[in-house]
Design a protein around this ligand. Structure first.
Ligand code: ADP
Ligand code: MG
Length: 262
């Protein structure tokens, strides 16, 4: 796969290429749903090649933060920069942003009436205008990489949950994203399938993919993350290295949360 740290491709032809700046910067972001203040002055910096794990109680704003970063949700105030550029409001730039920022959901979100191969080639054909031959060749390489090349001609419902989620990861990779957001990617899986998905994610992390991962899998956080971010009530309460966070949580909220899940 493309090395996200290589910086070989300028981010935009003619645009400012800030190959050594942070890949994602969230600055003073606020977001409301009606009366509910779901993101409160959120600040987060994600370096190139970094894996950030976001944890926190249900309803703390983790999904909203992820969705804001690829503009599935508009924000009320503050700034989000991806590769040095503010998020676009609409139009073609938004399609490019969605290509740059991959997203893997809890519920896989594969197209049920398309084969696994078609699911993976759809974006490259439509958005990246790749030829069918190029898109299929690369899709097969990616399916091989996530260990399901032999499932390429099947439909999503014929695959296990773990295989479907690995297909969703391959689909995301096919767009050559600069960063991938994972929102509880293993929460809908039967326990025996969790590791096959985490193993793929750990491999991506090792290869230098920049990743923001919302998860309750603390083993993965310890193994793969450089930064653990703890959210509660729409705020980032603590952000630290996994080692420091797990052995020496500072806030009562984090201590309480860890005591319940560890
Ligand atoms: P988490 O992912 O940490 O569980 P979310 O970001 O999904 O939290 O939600 C944060 C808060 O915002 C919750 O109280 C949730 O009910 C609320 N919320 C999320 N999405 C919407 C929406 N589309 N409309 C109204 N409220 C929402
Ligand atoms: Mg969520």
């Amino acid at each position: 796969m493309t090395d996200s740290k290589g910086g070989a491709e300028p981010s935009v032809p003619g645009g400012t290429d800030r190959a050594d700046g942070p890949l994602v910067e969230v600055r003073d972001v606020n977001k409301h749903f009606g009366e509910l203040h779901v993101l409160r002055d959120v600040n987060l910096t994600v370096a190139r090649g970094e894996v950030v794990v976001i944890i926190g109680p249900s309803g703390s704003g983790k999904s909203t933060l992820c969705r804001s970063i690829n503009r599935l949700e508009p924000i009320d105030s503050g700034t989000i920069l991806v590769d040095g550029k503010p998020l676009p409001q609409e139009g073609r730039d938004l399609a490019r942003l969605r290509a740059d920022v991959g997203m893997v959901f809890q519920s896989f979100n594969l197209f049920a009436h398309k084969t696994i191969l078609e699911n993976v080639t759809l974006g490259p054909l439509k958005v990246r205008k790749e030829s069918k031959e190029t898109a299929e060749k690369r899709a097969m390489e990616l399916l091989d990489r996530v260990g399901i090349a032999n499932q390429a001609q099947k439909y999503p419902a014929q695959l296990s949950g773990g295989q479907q989620q690995r297909a969703a990861i391959a689909r995301s990779l096919a767009m050559r994203p600069k960063v991938i957001l994972f929102d509880e990617p293993t929460s809908a899986l039967d326990p025996e399938m969790i590791n096959e998905v985490l193993d793929v994610m750990t491999g991506l992390a090792r290869d230098g993919m920049t990743m923001i991962v919302v998860t309750h899998e603390m083993g993965f956080a310890r193994r793969a993350a450089q930064q653990v971010v703890f959210m509660a009530d729409g705020q980032i309460v603590e952000a630290n290295s996994p080692e420091e966070f797990f052995t020496n949580p500072r806030s009562d909220r984090a201590k309480d949360f860890l005591s319940k899940i560890l």
